[in-house]
Every structure is written in C-alpha cells, then in structure tokens.
Design a binder for this molecule. Structure first.
Ligand SMILES: [Zn+2]
Length: 227
C-alpha cells in the first residue's frame, strides 16, 4: 500500500490550532508550577493532584506532537477506524508509512518544548554524556578466556580507561571513585538549580494568575462571564 501523502490526506491541522495546543501545554505546566510554589502557603500534600496534572501535561504533549505531524503533512498510513484519529493513532499511522518507505517527519519544537526542557530536564555536563558513550573493556574474563563485554570505566574530564572497573588498575579505580563523587555532586547541584528555577517560575505564574483574576472580577462585575 502506498502511504497517503499530503495532497491525498483528508486530515488537516491549522496553524491556529497548533498555537492553541502549544498554549494548552504551557497552561498545564503553569498549573503544576503554581501548585508546587504553593507549598509555603498551604500545608497540604498535593502529590496526587500533581501526578494527575503531569499525566495531562504528557497527554497534551502527545496531542501537540501528533497535531504538528498532521500540520506538516507527515505521510500517514490509511486510518484504521472511522472518524478522526487519536494522537497515538497518528504516531502509529506515521510509523507504518515510514516502514513502507515514506520519509520520517519530526514533531515541531515550540515554546512549550523550551519551557519543558528548561524546567523539567536535568542538565548535566559533558562528563555525563561521555560516560554514556563508553567503549567496551579491552580485558578478558579470566574464567572463560572470552572478551569482557563491560563498558570501560569513566575517569572524568572526558577521559575513559581502557578496561572496566573489575579489570582496571588500582590507580584507575581510585580515579574512578573520585570522579564518581564529583559527578554525584554535580548531579545534586544541577537538581537543586532545576528546583530553584521551577520555584521561581511558579512564583511568576501565581503573580500572573492573580493579575488576571482581578480582570476576571471586573468582567463579572460588568455582567460578563469571568473569563
Ligand atoms: Zn572488563
């Protein structure tokens, strides 16, 4: 089956809809930020509400990403059911089209992506990345004589050893331990900075909400819906 191309596709998502969906994602994040920043004002455990909001934040991201695929005219396999497709069905239909040889399209990156990255993703230094891309150990397993399949140890500063922890020299092991402690300290510093950014953002959101709330009150006073 030839995947449906943009010109044949019956689905369409306007730029206006994308903007609104992106805003919806931001509103969900704002709700979580405000809730977290309330900690000093309300002595209650809101963890379940935060989990629910996170689920909606994730669902809103999926909705936006699927809509952005349709908006970009991503090749889609034919729908498998009548009526508009759900976001996950759009991903599945696009993946099916790609498996049949169509080109892959990535979701668009927008303001909500920037916000999510800035406030929910832990940013570690290059060392953490280097640690994640380590080659295999050059040693052999003494009992079997086969090549060791473990990753080489990470020595810090972008350096890796030639062998894994159990095949490393005592000096390498010591350097590994020192670096491990440095990485742990960096991780907790990065986490602390992230939580600070989130709390500051939560305070900004609460201020915006209360300003808007004053305008709502005036509209209600003038006989309009408080929107
Ligand atoms: Zn090894």
């Amino acid at each position: 089956m030839v995947p449906t191309t943009r010109s044949e596709a019956s689905e369409n998502v306007s730029g206006f809809a994308l903007e609104v969906l992106d805003e919806l994602r931001i509103r969900m994040m704002e709700s979580r930020l405000a809730l977290q920043a309330l900690a000093g004002e309300a002595e209650l455990n809101f963890d379940e509400l935060d989990e629910d909001l996170q689920a909606v934040q994730d669902a809103a991201r999926e909705a936006f990403e699927a809509a952005s695929l349709v908006h970009q005219g991503a090749p889609l396999d034919s729908p498998w059911a009548d009526g508009p497709s759900r976001p996950r069905a759009i991903f599945a239909r696009h993946n099916a089209a790609v498996r049949q040889g169509a080109h892959r399209v990535d979701p668009l990156m927008t303001m909500a992506c920037d916000l999510e990255r800035a406030l929910w993703q832990l940013r570690m230094g290059d060392d953490a990345e280097a640690a994640a891309r380590r080659p295999r150990c050059a040693g052999t397993v003494r009992t079997t004589g086969e090549k060791c399949v473990s990753a080489v140890i990470h020595l810090g500063g972008g350096l890796v050893g030639t062998q894994c922890y159990s095949h490393a020299t005592p000096a390498e092991r010591n350097q590994y331990k020192v670096n491990h402690e440095v990485l742990n300290a960096q991780r907790s510093t990065a986490l602390g900075a992230l939580l600070n950014r989130r709390r500051d953002a939560g305070v900004i959101v609460m201020e915006h909400w209360l300003q808007y709330r004053e305008a709502r009150r005036q509209r209600l006073g003038n006989g309009f819906l408080p929107l």
